[in-house]
Design a protein around this ligand. Sequence first.
Ligand code: HOZ
Length: 445
Amino acid sequence: MPATGKTTDRYSKSRQAFTRARAVMPGGVSSPVRAFQAVGGQPVFVKSAQGAVVTDLDGHNYYDYILSYGPLILGHAAEHVLAAVSKTARKGTSFGMPTELETELAELIISALPAVARIRFVSSGTEATMSAIRLARAFTGRPGIIKCTGCYHGHSDALLVQAGSGATTLGVPSSPGVPPAITSHTLLVPFNDLEAVERVLTQTSGGTSGGGGVAAMIVEPIAGNMGTVPPAAGYLAGLRSLCDRHGALLIFDEVMSGFRVAWGGAQNLYGIQPDLTCLGKTIGGGLPCAAYGGRADIMQLVAPEGPVYQAGTLSGNPLAMAAGLATLESLQDPAAYARLEQAAASLEAGLKEAALAVGVPLTVQRVGSMITPFFSPDPVRNYEEALKCDTRTFGAFFQALLDRGIMVPPSQFETWFLSTAHDQGVMDATLSAVKEAFAQLAAVQ
Ligand code: HOZ
């Protein structure tokens, strides 16, 4: 059970660590969302973690719903993942030469995803999406890319336009430092809006806008970087047929949803096959690993088989491959997804009930073990609607949960994740903290 209760300076060791970090790193962090800026506090520094629990430098325990922003679907430091990593590490940590582990993980992923015939490993989701875009442009000979506002596909220049995740959290959805020429082929549409996609595809097919046609539409099939926003009924099927009609490729960015919402990912859950798929997070089991893959006739263009260049010193790193294999092997047990579903459904019900009891307007959206409570009375279907949420109240809720031993992402625009270590005991403790947190919110409103 996480420690709770206030002391005069409950987070003193974290504060000291943050002061030291800020002197040497921008904002004191290695990725912006970690700085807690959007929730008006200072970050908690981690000492260790195990299962569903993360422990900070001051010795407080928290039930963790960040889970490294998704990869840790089996919880922290899962014994057999650690064993696989340490067994592999004893034989060497990186070679710059192929290993059989890469082939094994590739075979397992391909066996799970009918739309993926060939795959290339990289080290981050940013690399996966950036490379998939290059490949789509080479395959089609067209420059245009359609992306949804509020979707986040990593921080490469062409995709950092009206981006969700940390970019939205910090209020810089389109970053300075990206020359307009680079984003001139990035065409924006709202998520869940098929008409907008059709309009852009029709306009660009005549070469009048976007300069020569659309190579691909890239989309998170379940948007997770403006909070969790499920696809509307028929949306993904509609994208599939629009892309087919206009000769554009459909790229699913499943960095977050891949192997998280179902075996394989959202494309299996909804039965829609993209041309290219980007994966990350869960397939690396908590180590840096991502991938892009898809149709053989497209993937054969990737170097050295074809001319589309892309490379990486640590791509297919043996430790990441071992962690990914150990993780995916556990997920082959259908009971794993059933457990995740059960825990996440009880969190969803408990959040709704607690908010309703005190009259705080809340809309909880969830697909499998991806969930976001939006401080909004109405459903959130796209970025515009996500931006209407009451982020101040979210910030107060975040702080109230933190003080009660519950760690959730420090932004309204991130997804909460559960792991198989989040059992009923964890859910009961979480929901009692949630009730108290809502009561506190209601008391000050
Ligand atoms: N895409 C991840 C979650 N939205 C990134 C996490 C981060 O920005 O650090």
